[in-house]
Design a protein around this ligand. Sequence first.
Ligand SMILES: *Cc1c(COP(=O)(O)O)cnc(C)c1O
Length: 392
Amino acid sequence: MAPKAETLLAHLGRDPSAQHGAVNPPVYHASTILYETVDSLLNDTKPLRQGATQYGRAGTPTTFALESAVAELEGGFGAMAMPSGLAAISGALLSILKTGDHLLMADTVYYPTRALCKDILTGYGVQVDYFDPLVGGDVHHLIRDNTRAIFVESPGSLTFEVQDIPAIAQVAQQSGVLVMADNTWASPLYCNPLALGADLVVHAGTKYIVGHSDAMLGLIVAKTEALYTAVRLRTQRMGYTTGPDDLYLGLRGLRTLSVRLERHFQSALTLASWLQEQDAVSRVLYPALPDDPGHALWQRDFSGASGLLGLVLKPASKQAVAAFLEDLELFAMGYSWGGYESLLIPTFPETCRSATTWAPEGPCLRMHVGLEDPSDLRDDLTAGFARLRKTS
Ligand SMILES: *Cc1c(COP(=O)(O)O)cnc(C)c1O
């Protein structure tokens, strides 16, 4: 029997018999791990092995429970918990790159990933080039002798272009280049980039895995043992470690991921279709919509869509957008997403790209559709659109 993902979510990373029958793994608060003999203390070679304690920084059974669960959901050899999504991205990139290497980055990547390249990686002598997220197999024109990795994030942050990961991965494989995918939007449930040809996957567990806007968490998943060992060694050398309470919240969030995502997906699709018909809205950026430019690729590579989408409004003044956003009762303004609550913020995608242009016809917004009743969310937006119309 090969259990489905929903079944795995309820069972992965649990071992009640090892903890007096308790359903959930305990939260281990530990720095020092004790040894019984001089020999075992001095000759411990375990720290790079999965599931072995050595010192708190290397993880405890709480860490290993989450890591093994996410590794299995993504179909990787192993996973490493990180203190945030951005730490997962920096940990993975700093582990595989060295001075003189060339990195290809999707132009629509999450802005802090771009800032990491600009402020840290280029300073270390890594060359970074950005590519059109729609490049597909043509990415081979951009590969150089020193290209080490291609970083994809599908769909792209803020503008939601779906990338052809299999086509990119095929070219990368032929050139001996690694593919790293930020899979935060889809979560391990709706897309598995390793199965599409990627070598490394990163997640901001902060979003849907934790799912309740109360903890920061990241994960790196490696496809092979060799990559796992290389990244694990280096992230350990750099001191990345994750607090036990946050790991526990990640494990707890995983158990309900499928029911939450199903609701986020259905409500987001309902609202996205409704938004397409609103006078104030020029375009809705959401690959699950049948007329979205990325819909065919999304249908091929994803099994669902999450609750995060983009909007391009018809031309409107700053004051009108502020009047729309500031008095919404259910949608709040704030960074991050993936919790149970709805969010809506203005975005400026044209300021975070360099290889492509983005010239929207009006103001851009990013919406996270939470778990509220979608008709209440619709009513809140309807009142907002009335304020938008009245304010010039
Ligand atoms: C939020 C986010 C991150 C960073 O995660 P943090 O936990 O906030 O550091 C990385 N990638 C994407 C796509 C994100 O949305």
